[in-house]
Design a protein around this ligand. Structure first.
Ligand code: C5P
Length: 396
């Protein structure tokens, strides 16, 4: 985002308290942020703190002659590469939808031909109200891009959609906007890492996946310009920067996040999802039994995320699965392609001697409806780059 100029309109919602963190992240990525604070926004964050973080004057008043002399509102709105409204309250969305211009923020939004993104933040009922949904539809028809909102607990104590997207999610979408490459404007979902299936509050069932291949893939897709939603279990490898990170623990949580993120252009299921979870995980730590009896764990089958995405009403144009096998790699993987209904399977041999699980290299075979393609052994980052280019080829 080097030297990209973002006009950041901060309106009055409790989520404005997340803005200092967002400004810090945008600046760290090289963006130049010019803040505009509405009167109600100033009830939640102070102009002084915003100015200090953005290292910029904070604009607040429409009829401030000094400001007009320095930079008129028309110029202010057009000098930016992107206008970001965060938080976008129901009120700001309504004004934008109506084309009202009664303060600096709304006037800037009306006077501009610069692309606009909004990160709504409001109470769940306000978000679901037909008036807000009508306004949203109109704004989207006008080309305004939407970030979030998320489901979650609200400051008011209610639960549901309306919570402003997290700073990292906003950052990823803004970064995606400025990116170029064959996947610019494409949204790709990547699942990665293991899942942890609780036995009780302190114990869990896991697997040896490090999340290295999934993280490398997310990086490669990001570098080709995609907006990447990275849904990751508790992996050893940290998530890449510039992608939208959704941390989860269990398979069921992973499925819920994946379904919420649909529709996307492509879904790459690189996660090593646990096939089973413990039925009725204990609410308290299981104690050793003095009589020497062992606890007996019963398992329930986890949802198959890859199969569900492949059969979903909102099925992505391209669905890719991974098959980690310890025997009959190609035969098992080919069956998996059919059983799960995905478009490609990336198969690899994870017997301990290969060092693939948790290692830096991978040797994969790509299987699709046309047949199999055996790739040489190479670093996971190279597998990722090659696969990302193939994905770009398929989507464009
Ligand atoms: O059946 P198996 O686990 O070998 O299939 C591997 C592929 O299926 C991977 O792409 C993995 O991400 C996906 N998978 C899934 N949900 C599960 C199990 C596997 O998405 N519950």
């Amino acid at each position: 985002m080097n030297d990209k100029h973002i006009l950041l309109i901060i309106s009055g919602g409790i989520a404005a308290v997340k803005l200092p963190g967002l400004i810090r992240k945008l600046s760290a990525q090289g963006a130049r942020v010019t803040p505009v604070l509405t009167q109600s926004g100033a009830q939640f964050v102070t102009p002084l703190s915003i100015a200090a973080l953005a290292r910029s004057k904070v604009y607040t008043e429409l009829f401030d002659l000094t400001e007009e002399a320095q930079m008129g509102h028309i110029e202010l709105s057009r000098a930016a590469d992107l206008i970001l409204v965060a938080p976008a309250t129901a009120q700001v969305m309504a004004k934008m939808a109506q084309g009202m211009a009664d303060d600096l923020a709304s006037t800037l939004l009306l006077a501009t031909d610069t692309p606009v993104m909004i990160a709504p933040s409001m109470n769940v009922r306000m978000w679901q109200h037909p008036a807000t949904q009508r306004n949203l539809k109109r704004l989207q028809d006008d080309g305004v891009q939407l970030i979030g909102p998320n489901d979650g607990e609200m400051a008011c104590g209610e639960y549901g959609p309306g919570r402003m997207a997290e700073a990292d999610e906003i950052l990823a979408q803004v970064a995606g906007f400025f990116r170029s490459g064959p996947l610019a404007g494409r949204h790709v979902l990547v699942t990665s890492g293991p899942t942890h299936e609780p036995i009780d509050p302190v114990r869990y069932i896991a697997n040896r996946s490090s999340g290295a291949q999934g993280a490398a893939l997310a990086t490669a897709l990001r570098d080709l310009g995609a907006l990447v939603s990275f849904v990751t279990g508790p992996a050893r490898v940290p998530p890449p920067s510039g992608v939208e990170v959704h941390p989860v623990q269990t398979a069921q949580e992973m499925l819920a996040v994946v379904e919420r993120l649909l529709p996307v252009d492509a879904a790459i299921c690189a996660a090593a999802v646990a096939d089973w979870r413990v039925e009725g995980a204990h609410a308290q730590k299981i104690k050793k039994n003095p009589s020497g009896d062992f606890p007996i764990l019963e398992f329930a089958e986890n949802p198959d995320i890859l199969a569900l995405v492949s059969a979903h009403d909102l099925r992505p144009q391209l669905v890719v699965g991974f098959a980690a096998e310890t025997e009959n790699v190609i035969g098992n993987a080919a069956q998996k392609l059919l059983r799960k209904g995905c478009d490609w399977i990336v198969a690899n041999d994870v017997t301990p001697q290969t060092g693939i699980m948790g290692g830096a290299h991978n040797k994969v075979t790509l299987i699709d409806a046309d047949g199999t393609e055996i790739w040489d052994e190479m670093p996971k980052t190279d597998v990722a780059r090659r696969l990302a280019l193939r994905i770009a080829d398929d989507l464009t």
